[in-house]
Design a protein around this ligand. Structure first.
Ligand code: SF4
Length: 398
């Protein structure tokens, strides 16, 4: 077993124990693999679905034994949780009973794919208390969907969306991908017009990333695709403005919501509160420890069968490392990190190593202080948010 420790020599971050708690369940099944995907996922069979649910039952008991604080949010992600049958969804819910028992869940999201979504599944999800559906659309251009290896059509997206609304879900997210190689502003405008016409409550618009060992990465390496950084920046700006004009307020670099529909689960995660992750490759952040499970289902099942929470890959967090992540993810949020709250949580001197960086960012016009002492990125800063994240990490080690 491999154990990594960050911040060895200092106490685990003790400021995280009283934080809001989320539960993430990784459902590792997909019918086929998208051409940009580097996540662990496998084709489902009756046997692997059965053993997965047994593993979650066992893991749920292990986590319940730690007597965590009440859960605030639940998120079933993947993979494709929506590939499970309605009966398997009910079984998965039952398997979580030890950890869900007695909790009043404020937000419960399930990710669904347009091609495998059915009214019967939506009915089952409604019955168990799911409050929010997140559907992976990615594009309304059939050619782009085919190139990405997504096996659905724009028609299936619209039919699935109608079913979601008919089932009574009043909190719906659509996942889109922007800046596909060769995408023009007109292509993006067409995609966003379709989204706006459907009128979801939340939109996630992620930039396509080229992960190693994926077919899209191979096409980039072979020169079939060429990246145009200036065009990508122009597409982000266009998308951000168009969504804002349509009433979707950007509250994180890639996330936009109508008023009152920010994702609580994601907000808590970006604020570095606490979460329990279950299933293969899931990660947790709980009581000062970040742990990541084995990526394949067989090894995860063996680890769970030992009767204690897996310690395959653990990181002992200290206040500096949590604070650094609070700043990286906080700066990606439109509100920015709440500096007074961070000082209250981590102590007065905690931010001093990042102050020279804050000074540079504001002097270069990449960030600005708001009257209440929040720090937020300007438009120029948001366009280089990844590089700013690296600078925050480097400052942690000074
Ligand atoms: S549906 Fe999601 S997890 Fe499955 S292959 Fe596609 S991107 Fe990967």
């Amino acid at each position: 077993m491999m154990a990594t420790a960050k911040g060895v020599g200092s106490e685990p971050g003790d400021n995280v124990t009283a934080q809001p708690l989320g539960l993430y369940v990784h459902v590792p099944f997909c019918a086929t693999k998208c051409h940009f995907c580097a996540f662990f996922q496998a084709k489902p069979t009756r046997e692997t679905i059965g053993t997965f649910i047994q593993g979650i039952t066992a893991e749920s008991r292990l986590w319940a034994a730690t007597k965590p604080q009440p859960l605030e949010t639940v998120f079933w992600g993947g993979g494709t949780p929506g590939i499970l049958s309605a009966d398997d969804m009910l079984r998965l819910h039952q398997s979580l009973e030890p950890i869900l028992q007695g909790n009043r869940i404020r937000e419960w999201t399930v990710e669904m794919a347009p091609a495998t979504l059915t009214p019967a599944k939506l009915f089952a999800l409604k019955r168990i208390g799911v409050t929010r559906i997140s559907m992976g659309v990615q594009s309304f251009d059939q050619g782009v969907l085919d190139e990405m290896g997504r096996h659905h059509s724009p028609g299936q997206v619209k039919r699935a969306y109608d079913w979601i609304r008919e089932a009574g879900f009043d909190n719906v997210n659509l996942d889109m991908i922007i800046a596909f190689p060769g995408q023009s502003t007109e292509d993006l405008e067409h995609d966003l017009d379709e989204v706006i016409r459907m009128s979801p409550d939340h939109v996630s618009a992620y930039c396509l990333t080229f992960e190693e060992d994926t077919p899209l990465y191979a096409r980039l390496s072979d020169g079939v695709y060429k990246r145009d950084i200036e065009q990508e920046a122009a597409l982000y700006e266009f998308a951000w403005q168009k969504l804002e004009d349509a009433g979707f307020h950007q509250y994180e670099i890639s996330n936009f919501s109508k008023d009152g529909f920010r994702s609580l689960h994601n907000l808590n995660t970006w604020r570095m509160t606490e979460w329990i992750g279950m299933g293969p490759s899931a990660s947790s952040q709980f009581r000062g420890i970040r742990r990541t499970h084995a990526h394949d289902q067989g090894t995860w099942l063996k680890d769970i069968a030992t009767g204690s929470l897996p310690e395959r890959e653990i990181v002992v967090l200290n206040n500096d490392s949590i604070l650094s992540d609070c700043l990286i993810f906080g700066l990606r949020m439109t509100d920015g990190p709440d500096l007074p709250a961070l000082i209250q949580r981590f102590g007065k001197s905690a931010l001093s190593k990042w102050e020279p960086l804050f000074h540079h960012l504001t002097a270069d016009g990449l960030a600005e202080y708001k009257p209440d002492n929040y720090l937020r990125l300007t438009l120029q800063g948001r366009l280089v948010a990844d590089a700013i994240g690296v600078a925050v990490l480097e400052a942690e080690d000074t």
